[in-house]
Write a protein that binds this ligand. Structure first.
Ligand SMILES: N[C@@H](CCC(=O)N[C@@H](CS)C(=O)NCC(=O)O)C(=O)O
Length: 214
């Protein structure tokens, strides 16, 4: 079994995705905590692991892996059970597309460094920053709602088992709530979230359950 060290911050939704995958796969790991309030994600020792200065980074037997979806697909390859992608190529592409709505289209423009840039460089106040966040969540969730309604079973985004799309959805819903986004227009996403959020792999890995939660 490989030695796994997950670099994370309790509030990071990208790190939470990896925690969920590790838990689902039953893979034990050690935590290394990078406190954003101390800007520890930009410390020299961490930049040596991830030059982007973003969490997560999973160190596997000394090799640093970055980008949550790349890490999750790595885990899916080395520990096939339970699979996080459907077997058929169409299904795999559909799941990856839903995951990308969250991980490529919603999350990056609501990230801490982007919000801080709005605050500092563009002088926006908290109200404007939160409005920005909620706007892009709504744009992504509207599409995700339609896809999950067509492709899922109201307990999962796609098919009838947990996939990478679900792993992306739950942390994004948590953050959307934290920013006061209106989730009423997304009954399918809310139903999926209600089913998944209480499962051990999602609940035990939630931000508030992490050792660095303060
Ligand atoms: N696309 C990356 C995103 C990583 C990312 O943006 N992580 C955030 C936390 S969720 C971060 O480290 N933010 C620190 C910062 O913005 O300074 C992934 O999926 O791993």
């Amino acid at each position: 079994m490989s030695d796994l060290v997950l670099n994370s911050f309790f509030r990071s939704s990208a790190a939470w995705r990896v925690r969920i995958a590790l838990h689902l796969k039953g893979l034990p790991y050690r935590g290394a905590y990078r406190n954003f309030r101390e800007n520890a994600q930009r410390s020299p020792d961490y930049l040596a692991l991830n030059p982007q200065g973003l969490v997560p980074a999973l160190v596997v037997d000394g090799a640093a892996l970055t980008q949550s979806l790349a890490i999750i697909e790595y885990l899916d390859e080395v520990q096939a059970d339970p699979p996080l992608l459907p077997r058929d190529p169409i299904g795999r592409a559909q799941v990856r597309a839903m995951a990308a709505i969250v991980a490529s289209d919603i999350h990056p423009i609501g990230n801490l460094r982007v919000l801080n840039y709005l605050r500092t460089t563009f002088g926006q106040d908290e109200e404007a920053v939160n409005a920005w966040y909620r706007h892009w969540v709504a744009a992504g969730f509207e599409a995700l709602e339609a896809l999950a309604r067509d492709q899922g079973d109201r307990r999962h985004c796609h098919g009838d088992s947990v996939s990478i799309a679900d792993i992306c959805l739950v942390p994004q819903m948590y953050n959307a709530r934290r920013f006061g986004a209106d989730l009423d227009p997304y009954p399918t996403l809310r139903a999926i979230h209600a089913h998944l959020a209480v499962l051990p792999s999602f609940a035990a890995t939630a931000p508030d359950c992490q050792p660095d939660a303060v």
